[in-house]
Ligand binder design. Structure first.
Ligand SMILES: Nc1ncnc2c1ncn2[C@@H]1O[C@H](COP(=O)(O)OP(=O)(O)O)[C@@H](O)[C@H]1O
Ligand SMILES: [Mg+2]
Length: 354
């Protein structure tokens, strides 16, 4: 089992690999419930514990994290996974590479954005890759949790774990036409991150027939635009999966991006352009900048998932508002960055001593 750790601080630094997650799942206060699954390859399960049983502390504000999202991904090998920068993307299932990439990219975006005020995405608490044998042991462990304490796991999660258990015992379909085929059985990857509490997807805001007021909808879209632009001009990344269910809007309309499944790095010099005009009070100039960058992103992604962008890209007040939010988010928060670096150093030093 391989793992990457970071983004959050561990309460007990002696915890190795997936141990902190096992500990939380074994604790008396553990509760597991299904949040979402849109395909039979990826299952989003929410883990909650009380403060005492949590193993993680937020880097930014020392808060104990008590709610986590566990993203279970069924991994097969030999699946086509192609990113053609300027065309549609083809992807038939989660490959090992795409799973590892997703976790790495999210961690990268978190670390890169954390020094500039609020992070663009949730941090990564834990990433673990289970080979077929250890996947079966993990699933058995999950299936047995209710024997120890009734109702730890909700019925829908039990259904999913039962499904996964069956799937782990089934050989992969013949994938010989793909060269990289190496697995004869499925494996499981788990990405653990803090839950973005009190959030709704952007879809919730713009779906037809909702009763959310116009101001809140426009503020949500302006926040989404600003974060998408920030990811591109500051970190140089475009996420290709920018459909409205991968964009979370918090109560105050702040926006977080999730699901960094398919991304591309593209060098661009919009950041210097932004710096030249960041003090502008001219609404038209703000609008022009945001709509230009959003149009560029739209053109590069070129798929149906981001058609929603077209409905708002010409809206002057949304785009100029997005500019203001971007400016606020881009202000370097040196003090906070220094604080985080000190904490990380201390933890590394303590680790080295052991
Ligand atoms: N960290 C999180 N906090 C809150 N909700 C989340 C989080 N991660 C995922 N979700 C919810 O689960 C849904 C699916 O998650 P996502 O990572 O996009 O998985 P998939 O790859 O299946 O699309 C999201 O649309 C969102 O509603
Ligand atoms: Mg998604």
């Amino acid at each position: 089992m391989k793992y990457i750790q970071g983004g959050l601080l561990l309460k007990d630094e002696n915890n190795k690999g997936f141990d902190p997650i096992y500990k939380m799942m074994n604790s008396d206060s553990c509760h597991l419930e299904v949040l979402s699954y849109t395909s039979l390859n990826s299952f989003i399960i929410k883990l909650t514990v009380n403060t005492d049983d949590s193993q993680y502390i937020e880097v930014l504000d020392d808060n104990v994290v008590t709610s986590f999202v566990l993203k279970f991904e069924v991994i097969t090998s030999g699946c086509k996974y192609v990113i053609d920068k300027y065309k549609d993307i083809e992807k038939s299932a989660v490959s090992m590479n795409s799973f590892i990439n997703e976790a790495k990219q999210q961690q990268h975006v978190f670390i890169e954005s954390i020094t500039r005020g609020s992070p663009l995405c949730p941090s990564i608490a834990n990433v673990a890759l289970f080979d077929n044998d250890s996947s079966q042991r993990l699933i058995d462990f999950l299936l047995n949790l209710n024997d120890k304490r009734a109702n730890t796991v909700d019925t829908e999660s039990m259904d999913i774990f039962n499904y996964l258990s069956e799937r782990m015992k089934t050989p992969c379909e013949n994938q010989q036409e793909h060269e990289e085929s190496i697995l004869d059985h499925y494996e499981i990857g788990v990405i653990v991150m803090p839950t973005i509490e009190n959030s709704n997807t952007l879809y919730h805001y713009i779906r037809p027939g909702n009763d959310i007021n116009k101001e809140a909808i426009e503020e949500a879209i302006a926040n989404a635009f600003s974060q998408i632009v920030r990811l591109f001009i500051d970190i140089g990344i475009i996420s290709f999966d920018l459909h409205t269910n991968n964009i979370l809007i918090l109560d105050d309309q702040e926006c977080k991006l999730i699901d960094f499944d398919r991304i591309t790095d593209i060098n661009n010099d919009f950041i210097s352009e932004f710096k030249d005009i960041q003090e502008t009070t001219d609404e038209i100039e703000k609008y022009k900048f945001i709509s230009k960058v959003m149009n560029k992103i739209y053109e590069i992604i070129n798929n149906r998932q981001i058609e929603w962008v077209q409905n708002y890209i010409k809206n002057l007040s949304i785009c100029s508002r997005a500019f203001d939010i971007l400016k606020k988010n881009m202000e370097m928060n040196d003090e906070k960055a220094a604080e985080i670096n000190i904490k990380k150093k201390k933890q590394n030093q303590r680790k080295k001593k052991k």
